[in-house]
Design a protein around this ligand. Structure first.
Ligand code: B1M
Length: 222
């Protein structure tokens, strides 16, 4: 791993957003995720490599949270640092070729506020030529239903990061499929598995954004 990549990963783990951010106190006046990722791009490092560094920083802070060593405020600072990087990476994920293969409605399910992974899926899907309607986080079933009514030709993606919100996801899938049996629904997020997706009655499961693109493109030609 290059030194720059290691520094970016550390900034994500420590929640160091940018140079002016006073947090964390021991990194005061040092460059943060914002400046370092901009520099990494200038130096020609790939967006995928930078994203991998971010994910490893996120994994570390998540593990420390799981062990009770850090708390929600630290997770939030890490999320802010990651968003600072995503701002620079967005153009790379959106530089797709042909536009509008179809519409894709996506949201994080009710009760769940995690949106970093969902945003990545949005960007990559959009970059692959789909029009994305992003409903945000904590999206209730009704909101999905209303949006499908407005865009009946869409496919739908649901994201969940908590085992406790997988139940809400299952309810949303069930409701969508009972009202719109033709609408294809794909689910994803860290606690999901293909088995869980099958049990929910989802049409597809993807463990990463590329998997979501593969599913959508596959549906186009099926
Ligand atoms: Co939370 N959190 N969090 N958190 N958080 C996790 C998920 C956790 C695993 C941490 C831990 O305990 N080790 C744990 C969940 C345990 C569980 O249920 N299994 C947890 C918890 C417990 C909580 C709270 C309950 C904490 C509390 O309040 N006590 C709370 C819940 C709030 C709520 O949602 N109601 C909470 C809050 C938060 C913050 C708000 C502080 C913040 C989120 C900020 C934000 O998203 N804007 C946060 C964060 C940052 C995390 C961790 C550290 C990082 C998540 C992340 O962004 N990962 C996370 C630990 C971890 O993941 N190691 C943790 C990076 C992201 C790129 O990956 O989201 O997995 P991911 O997305 C991937 C794939 O999953 C996939 O593609 C993405 C790119 O590869 N994917 C899809 C995602 N959606 C998809 C949809 C698809 C296809 C693929 O198709 C539709």
């Amino acid at each position: 791993m290059s030194e720059l990549i290691e520094q970016i990963s550390k900034c994500i783990e420590r929640g160091k957003v940018d140079k002016v951010s006073p947090y964390p106190p021991d990194m005061r006046d040092q460059e943060g995720a914002d400046e370092l990722s901009a520099r990494a791009i200038e130096e020609g490092l790939g967006a995928d490599e930078i994203l991998k560094a971010c994910n490893s920083g996120m994994q570390n802070i998540g593990d420390r949270f799981g062990r009770g060593e850090v708390f929600v405020p630290e997770l939030l600072m890490s999320a802010r640092a990651m968003n600072a990087v995503m701002k620079h990476l967005k153009p790379f994920f959106q530089s797709g070729t042909v536009k509008a293969k179809g519409k894709f409605i996506i949201g994080t399910v009710a009760g769940d506020l995690h949106d970093i992974g969902k945003n990545l899926v949005s960007m990559v899907v959009e970059g692959n030529g789909w029009e994305v309607i992003d409903l945000g986080v904590d999206v209730k079933t009704n909101k999905f239903i209303e949006t499908i009514k407005q865009h009946p030709d869409s496919m739908v993606g649901l994201s969940a990061l908590l085992t406790t919100t997988m139940g809400n996801m299952a309810n949303t899938v069930k409701e969508i499929k009972s009202l719109f049996p033709q609408t294809k629904v794909i689910v994803g997020g860290a606690p999901l598995t293909r088995e869980a997706a099958d049990q929910m009655g989802a049409d597809g499961y993807a463990r990463d954004p590329q998997g979501a693109v593969g599913f959508l493109n596959g549906m186009l030609y099926s």
